[in-house]
Unconditional design. Structure first.
Ligand code: 13P
Length: 261
């Protein structure tokens, strides 16, 4: 379960959130080995999060929301993957739809950023997903598979085994509009099938595929019940530590929503 905070929470607020999240999860006896929990704060928060996670030996993983395709040099405002690795980041989001839309990141840029993440020892959370117009035309599977193939163009079989792929239909992000579990499964299942074709069956079976888009504690269990959904990439609900903890504990509130809230 990964929480993409987007451009929310400064480093002081980040400290509070991480402490509260960790406390809430421990209080609920969260099994971190069964359900990994990661937070993806803004760059300026990462050092504070690292200090807490290392100092208090928290079981939370953390990462960044983007990285530069370049290693170092005259790229004003960019952040290198090697800096993120030095800060102890496990994950880095690559190709989020908000980066593709507002920063014009093409499939080629996304592929270069995936290569940069692997170069620096980071695990990419590679985002794909269709907009409303594509969905209305019923072309979501072909559209997403084209994004997957373009992004993975230079990713080797050894590298791809650790990748995390997040299917986030753009029309369901921040809108309250959730894809049905069947919608999520349709695309996540197709992605896994294509991964098996591009690499091999065991590799595809081991890759973690997340769903993202208006995930909340009330809908996560049904989405997670789908065969090819292995986790969730959570935006808005991840900046509320109690709500995000409830999402992480989805296994314990299946059929018992009232007891966990
Ligand atoms: P919301 O959960 O706010 O819809 O955001 C999803 C997302 O974009 C996570 O990366």
């Amino acid at each position: 379960m990964a929480g993409n905070w987007k451009m929310n929470l400064d480093h002081v607020q980040a400290t509070h959130l991480v402490q509260k999240l960790d406390w809430t999860l421990r209080d609920g006896k969260h099994d971190f080995a069964a359900v990994e929990v990661a937070v993806l704060p803004p760059f300026t928060d990462i050092r504070s999060v690292q200090t807490l996670v290392d100092g208090d030996r928290l079981h939370l993983k953390f990462g960044a929301q983007d990285l530069s395709a370049h290693e170092a040099g005259a790229f004003t405002g960019e952040i290198s993957g090697q800096f993120l690795a030095r800060l102890g980041c496990t994950y880095v989001v690559v190709g989020h739809s908000e980066r593709r839309e507002y920063h014009h990141e093409s499939d080629a840029v996304v592929a270069a950023k995936l290569a940069a993440a692997y170069r620096d020892g980071l695990t990419p959370i590679f985002c794909v997903g269709e907009g409303l117009a594509v969905r209305k035309e019923g072309r979501q599977v072909e559209y997403v598979l084209a994004q997957v193939e373009a992004g993975l163009a230079d990713v080797t079989p050894a590298q791809v085994a650790s990748i995390v792929i997040a299917y986030e239909p753009i029309w369901a992000i921040g809108t309250g509009e959730v894809a049905t579990p069947a919608d999520a499964q349709e695309v996540c299942g197709a992605v896994r099938t294509r991964l098996a074709e591009l690499y091999d069956e065991p590799t595809a079976a081991g890759i973690r595929i997340l769903y993202g888009g208006s995930v909340k504690s009330g809908n996560v269990a049904a989405i997670m019940a789908e065969a090819d959904v292995d986790g969730a990439l959570v935006g808005g609900a991840s900046i509320d530590p109690v709500e995000f903890a409830a999402i992480c504990r989805y296994q314990s509130h299946v059929g018992a929503h009232s007891s966990s809230r």
